[in-house]
Design a protein around this ligand. Structure first.
Ligand code: ZN
Ligand code: FE
Length: 254
């Protein structure tokens, strides 16, 4: 499993077995075509999580160049032909079975792909819903929807590898530290990620057990997080809840 960097901070996740490959959210065809050629792979499947251009921009070119089968969300505007999927359905790609989860919030029809076991551990492709230390912006959904979506992802097994599509970790962790300055796991993880980035390495994939300890958007029911949200904006926390307040606080955070 390899993250192919694209644009400023996207990762296009590629799985391969030495012969065939699968790619998730190819916003750009070029890095994928280069990797296929470099590794001598045939692209078999493309998984799409949502309609944004940085996740779909390379789909048509890759399909035309390779004949790969495209899977994507049932209710989003994505160029045909593709196999449309919604929550609870499964799809097979690279001999692996993926369960589709509806995770609206960032976009209205956003889906995630969960594989219960790949090389001994579960695997999650969550698009722009869950980031390490953060979550996606709410372009087409409400905080309540996003909270339900994140709860469903947080309920997956501890050792689930979380393949996020953006390298936002360090800036997310700066915000997380503002919310929970005394969270020791968070301090440790921030130092770890800083070392990785200093060496030019990705901070991803993350793990769900870790995200539950450090990600403020998975911790919005923790008393310390509620208190921090209330200290930031008491009225908002009281009226719409700590999660909505955190999301707004993060939007404004510099
Ligand atoms: Zn997006
Ligand atoms: Fe994106």
């Amino acid at each position: 499993m390899i993250p192919l960097p694209a644009f400023d901070d996207n990762y296009l996740w590629m799985l391969h077995d030495g012969h065939k490959a699968l790619v998730v959210d190819p916003g750009d065809a070029r890095p994928v075509l280069d990797a296929l050629e470099r590794l001598g792979l045939q692209l078999e499947s493309i998984l799409v999580t949502h309609h944004h251009a940085d996740h779909t921009g390379g789909v048509a070119e890759l399909r035309n160049a390779t004949g790969a089968q495209v899977f994507g969300p049932a209710a989003e505007d994505i160029p045909e032909p593709l196999t449309r999927l919604s929550g609870g359905q499964t799809c097979k790609a690279m001999g692996l079975q993926f369960t589709v989860m509806d995770v609206p919030g960032h976009t209205a029809g956003h889906i995630a792909y969960f594989c219960a076991a790949m090389d001994g551990a579960p695997l999650l492709f969550c698009g722009d819903t869950l980031f390490s230390g953060g979550c996606g912006r709410l372009f087409e959904g409400t905080p309540a929807q996003m909270l339900v979506s994140l709860d469903s992802l947080a309920a997956l097994p501890d050792d689930t590898r979380v393949c996020c599509t953006h390298e936002y970790t360090l800036s997310n962790l700066r915000f997380a530290r503002a919310v929970e300055p005394d969270n020791a796991d968070l301090q440790q993880y921030q130092a770890h990620c800083q070392r990785l980035r200093d060496q030019g390495l990705p901070t991803l994939p993350s793990h769900l057990l870790l995200e539950r300890k450090i990600n403020p958007f998975l911790r919005s029911r923790e008393p310390g997080v509620i208190a921090a949200a209330a200290a930031h904006d008491a009225a908002m926390t009281q009226s719409v809840g700590a999660f909505a307040c955190l999301r707004q606080w993060k939007n404004d955070f510099r």
